[in-house]
Design a protein around this ligand. Structure first.
Ligand SMILES: O=C(O)CCC(=O)C(=O)O
Length: 295
């Protein structure tokens, strides 16, 4: 019943059977043709004229910036395009900012290589009544001062330019870099970078801010610490040797900026800071002290 019914509905007789047999290949052929036309047509429409490679390449930083920020008129000393220098605010008391990947690995290695041959035991600015003997043990690293002109790789000049951009304080206000190496057990007890005239005598200019560029990772210890962060520990007779408060772990290529002066020009008491002893590994850091007058 089922078979007969199928023939009847298609043709009504033997000639109908013939037509059914002929129609099947025709249908198959047209389907294939449609499929091929669709396939090649879609290729034509989806292909990028610049090629697949171009599609896979991410937009360059410049092109991305152009797309996000339309052009802005700029002054003689300005930059033709916005800069991207990512940072994280670590604290408002003191004003401390962290700059991930501020310098490349290669730049850090260049600075270490240039400084290595010149290292001497680090020294301290002495307060009235202090001597080398009475301050022994406060700062136990080795270090050297390096100005950008002394660096044949030009790395320090590049870093200096970027620090000036990040702080908006011209390069001419920066002291030469103080490149420091801390070996196991070495440290810098808490201190201020700004000089209180009551303790150090009259000052021609003052340190406004410090920018630290970490040149190596440190396996354990060696954090830059701010024991008075947010006003903590200020009233407990804090022992300057103690490693407490906000601790910043050194990471190769990252930068740390903090301000030693308040906006009104007085010393920010929460900017007290130091370096915890290195427990494992070796710490290298380049410090740039920035002043309120040209150096
Ligand atoms: O080594 C550090 O993390 C701190 C360095 C420092 O306190 C300084 O150079 O004034």
């Amino acid at each position: 019943m089922k078979g007969g019914g199928a023939i009847r509905s298609g043709s009504g007789g033997g000639g109908g059977l013939m037509r059914t047999r002929l129609r099947l290949p025709v249908v198959l052929l047209s389907c294939s043709l449609f499929f091929l036309a669709g396939f090649f047509g879609s290729l034509l429409f989806t292909q990028d004229p610049q090629g697949e490679e171009e599609l896979e390449r991410p937009l360059s930083r410049e092109r991305l910036m152009e797309a996000v920020w339309p052009e802005m008129a700029y002054g003689d000393s300005g930059d033709p395009a916005p800069s991207l220098i990512p940072y994280q605010i670590l604290s408002w008391q003191p004003r401390a900012l962290y700059f991930p990947q501020f310098a490349t690995s290669e730049q850090c290695e260049n600075v270490v290589k240039t400084a290595k041959a010149r290292l001497r035991p680090s020294t301290l600015a002495l307060r009235k009544g202090e001597t080398e003997e009475t301050t022994k043990g406060i700062r136990t690293s080795s270090g050297t001062f390096l100005s950008a002109d002394e660096d044949p790789t030009r790395t320090l000049a590049e870093v200096e330019k970027k620090i000036a951009k990040a702080t908006m304080i011209p390069r001419s206000h920066g002291e030469p870099f103080n490149v420091l190496r801390y070996e196991i057990g070495q440290k810098y007890a808490s201190h201020y970078d700004a000089f209180d005239p009551a303790q150090y005598g009259p000052q021609k200019s003052q340190r406004v801010a410090s920018f630290l560029l970490y040149l190596t990772d440190v396996e354990e210890g060696g954090e830059t610490m701010f024991p008075y962060e947010n006003g903590e520990n200020m009233d407990i007779g804090y022992d300057y040797e103690q490693c407490i408060g906000l601790k910043v772990k050194p990471r190769k290529g990252d930068g740390l900026l903090f301000y030693s002066l308040m906006v009104n020009g007085t010393i920010d008491l929460t900017s007290l800071h130091g370096s915890c002893p290195v427990i494992k590994g070796e710490k290298w850091v380049a410090t740039k002290w920035i002043r309120n007058k040209t150096v």
